[in-house]
Design a protein around this ligand. Structure first.
Ligand code: MRU
Length: 356
């Protein structure tokens, strides 16, 4: 396999052959080590999601789909009611691992609906349906990423400078990724891009994962600290910003990794188009605006200690560590899903997706 294909076909989340485990790449070990983890218990799955060993909205959803399937197989219940009750307990537990990325609850709800729809079947047959459903979630994501990549690529020209924030590549999804998908697809077709990857404080997804994926795939990538984006834009080196999303409200307000809204504000200032790319499963019709989106707050240690040999602030110093922010829809030039490119006003264009 060539280097590009090795990245676009990276085996980031899969159902174990024994159907009693989920196997993931431990994203916290990259780029220095490629280590696989085998998750078997509810706590293994919860911790892997909470600690960002598996991360990126679609990948979390896929992992949760496989996860609830392997847990369902362990349920020892006399009847459907007992099975369903234990299933829901596992569902709620996994769902509580992270609140912002809608794909987690979306995938778990989809699995729950499979149980409910097939309640007349004996449990072994419900389990077969659940296996088909979790495999379908992953396969559909592969297909959606490919389509998103095609639509996104139609917005870019050979030689463009691109700025991205966080990681929305193959590690965060299935295959090509969302925000990085057009770049991998363009590379496959002989196009060249110059990509600026924000390091993405405090957890450094841009440094650890995005620059790793792009470099390994042979795409020209330059890593910058988050606070350098303005200068890079001012220098005229960026023709488009491409970012992923964790939850998109019905009006187009978009939750993504903390710092994304700052990038969008800068892009507006410099007249650079700012695109959000994600599967339609990341659009949450139940959120009217970004104000309805719950933002995950994480430990101060991620800011003060995580990547340092010694703490970078006094123990008693207060820290505020929101993992996401919401980019106002007015700053977004287009939202790209597998269905195409939605333009403002998003209330209208996103609605068309649901109406088919
Ligand atoms: O906290 P993370 O690393 O899970 O945050 C991920 C992001 O914000 C990504 O940009 C988003 O999930 C899109 S992944 C295709």
């Amino acid at each position: 396999m060539d280097n590009l294909k090795q990245i676009t076909h990276i085996d980031n989340v899969r159902l174990g052959e024994d159907k009693a485990s989920v196997v993931i790449i431990d994203q916290t070990k990259l780029p220095s080590r490629t280590e696989y983890l085998t998750l078997r218990t509810p706590k293994d799955l919860y911790d892997a999601i909470f600690e960002l060993k598996v991360r990126g909205a679609p990948a979390i959803g896929i992992c949760a789909g496989f996860g609830i399937y392997i847990l369902a197989r362990t349920i020892d219940a006399k009847d459907y009611e007992g099975f369903y009750q234990q299933f829901c307990e596992y569902q709620n537990y996994l769902d509580s691992a992270r609140p912002t990325a809608v794909n987690l609850s979306w995938a778990l709800n989809r699995m729950e609906q499979t149980v409910v729809k097939n309640r007349q079947l004996p449990v072994p047959e419900i389990l077969e349906k659940l296996e088909q459903e979790c495999m379908a979630i992953q396969e559909e994501d592969m297909d959606m990423c490919r389509k998103i990549s095609e639509h996104g690529l139609s917005l870019l020209k050979n030689g463009d400078g691109i700025l991205t924030h966080c990681n929305a590549g193959p590690l965060a999804t299935s295959r090509y990724g969302t925000a990085l998908g057009p770049l991998f697809l363009g590379k496959e077709r002989g196009m060249e891009f110059h990509v600026f990857a924000d390091e993405t404080r405090p957890l450094l997804q841009g440094a650890r994962l995005t620059s790793y994926e792009l470099q390994k795939a042979g795409i020209d990538v330059t890593l910058i600290c988050d606070n350098m984006a303005s200068l890079v834009m001012k220098n005229g080196w960026v023709q488009a910003c491409l970012v992923g999303c964790d939850r998109v409200a019905a009006n187009g307000d978009t939750a993504n990794k903390i710092g994304t809204s700052g990038v969008a504000i800068l892009a507006k200032h410099y007249g650079i188009p700012f695109y959000v790319l994600g599967p339609s499963s990341t659009i949450d019709r139940n959120c009217k605006t970004g104000q309805d989106i719950q933002i995950e707050l994480r430990s101060p240690d991620e800011i003060k200690k995580k990547f340092y040999e010694t703490p970078m602030a006094l123990e008693e110093v207060k820290c505020y560590n929101p993992a996401f922010d919401v980019t106002d829809h007015s700053l977004i030039s287009g939202i790209i899903t597998e269905h195409g490119i939605c333009r403002p006003p998003f209330t209208e264009s996103l609605k068309k997706i649901w109406e088919g």
